[in-house]
Design a protein around this ligand. Sequence first.
Ligand code: ZN
Length: 134
Amino acid sequence: MYRVTREIHFCYGHRLLNYDGKCRNLHGHNGRAVVTLEGPALDRLGMLVDFSHIKGVLQKWIDETIDHKMLLHRDDPVLGYLQQKGEPVVVLDVNPTAENIAKLIFDHANSQGLPVIEVRLWETENCYATYTGD
Ligand SMILES: [Zn+2]
């Protein structure tokens, strides 16, 4: 088996609903997604997936969809206000935890045909969450 890994850096804001800690307040992170692809065979160039292809698919989507946006649960009471003011928000059916953001990125990579096996989302220098699919 071969594996390739690409890191994608982005900034996001969020807060957690029904949470008794600092993350219940609106705040932001410098996130780092570490995306790993795996497959048994290489192409004629000797690559599993070209790093630039991963960038073209995933970094572009992250830049357009998540980067410098507020990620909020659909029940977050501040959502209506931000949308009314034209602020960019990403609405999730789940709390915007590192775990769920890792899954969001994983699912998009998967939907684009990338043979993703793991997304690790570093939320801080010391904490990360990993999603590896079902
Ligand atoms: Zn946070």
